[in-house]
Design a protein around this ligand. Sequence first.
Ligand code: TEU
Length: 591
Amino acid sequence: AAQPPWWRRAVFYQVYPRSFADSDGDGIGDLRGVTSRLDHLADLGVDCVWLSPIFDSPNEDMGYDVRDYRAIMAEMGTLADLDALIAGAHERGMRIILDLVVNHTSAEHPWFRAAIADPDGPYGDYYHLRPGAPGEDGSGPPPNNWASFFGGSAWRWIPQAQRWALHLFAPGQMDLNWDNPRVRAEVAEIVRWWRARGVDGFRLDVINYISKRGGLPDGNEAIGALMGFPGIEHYFFGPRLHSYLRELRTAGFTRSPGEPAPPSTVRTRRPDGTLGDPAPPDPVAIMVGETPGVGVEMSRLLSGSRRGELDLVFNFDVLEGPGKVRWDDYRYDLSYLKRFYLGYLARVGPDDALALFFDNHDNPRMLSKVLGARAGDPVLRTALAKALATIQLTLPGTPFLFQGQEIAAVDQDFTSVADLRDVESLNRFAELRAEGSTEADALARILPGARDHARVPMRWEPGPSTGFSTGTPWQAGREDSTGFTVAEQAADPGSVLNFHRDLIGLRRAEPALTDGGFRALASRSRTYFGWLRTAPGSGSDWLIEVNLTDRTIRRPRALPRAQVVLGSTGMERSATMAPYECVISRVSPGP
Ligand code: TEU
């Protein structure tokens, strides 16, 4: 049978380079810093590293506003540094994918500067520019009622051009007009350029937003009120999204026959973790779509293996409890997570692929969502971190770990808006203050959802600089409890880090945990989450069990006999499970 694509069995790890490791002491993480930590990632068992943005950018949105798609952001280093990072990763059996932000460019990108210098010229149609109304400065009301995700209208009046310009995000993030075939060709060329340097694929930023409804009509007010962003129904799954993705996959991501081989390709990793010879270049570089707002059926249309569009998508529905949004201060109920995944797995088929993730650079830490202030309790924090890893690494799907999850990173105790750096947080704070909130009240209302929690520096070792930088970090990260740095966790056999490493190693060695079938046990239990992963051929079946609660629970009866191989609290299975206990067991053969 044809081999499944490499990423079906892969463990991905998202690096937020600005906060991962700083090699030159300017307090900002950089590419040489990532290269210096590749052994940490290889030892963990990572198969592919996703780098959040590293291209030249004014950093209005931390690199998600690109000024030059073929240059490295000065704070991050040089093209040679990236070449070295790619070679270093490939040598250790890891692929590298970059973050491609092409729904919009920075307002400082040469395309946008050319567009507003001559809105009727060749670049005017690269963006969504609209005339204003006759009158004093020509602006008048904006062309429609669409709102920006970062506050205010999604339109910015450009006096120099006498035009409105669309920006779904910050006023410096100008939406590209994907209906323009020249824009689509430019993006395909950028992808080919990076693939020629050895990049193994891309995570595509808000890629489901690229096709806007013709005429850019007003959003329905009721939907706008429900979704919080008027106009979203006209672009979150637009009319030509599928054709643009198919075109991009063919024109950008698929190797053409005469294409020269990249400078290095990734070494293979055997089931026992040892390294083999370099693999041939992938026929198609992986396309991971960030697709906020799409549900199960849309995810299947975007990423089904026969669709010829994306390979994987991030579905955000699992990140918040039912009826909740990121800004709500609530405790996440893990029984919802079980219901979500069982529902999802019941509706997807063999052609579908599920990206499994809990944390990323846009969300508070799941540990803190569940535990709240009790995330400071090292016992609960350790147990829950292992339980979440067990779910993420043994359910059917492709896991994406976010930096820090392997050492049970939790939210920060920010005490002032001066601690925050994210444009979304700062704009939201300013809006609340303008509406009359006190500083304390405004801060209290944005902290539950602030993206800053996830962007504090990685903690490599104890001490004020946490081994991230010899300088002053661009974003202060504070944490009271000791024992949760890489150095301390590496030295502790029972640590979250070693649990991740052991589980990823087991996952690599045991085909049932990646290619195997799935069968839920005790599906109706709200406290016990148990399932079987059945071997795809010969070999063992596996029983995975998680206590979803912070209290002792009774195990259901009539479970298969199984021998514990990896457990968060020990190697015995008894009639009860400890708070957040997780156990991975090999099912005993025979009746
Ligand atoms: O995030 C987009 C995103 O998921 C959210 O902004 C979402 O669109 C909104 O909250 C409504 O659900 C991506 C990047 O991950 C983020 O860091 C960038 O700020 C953003 O796009 C703009 O590039």
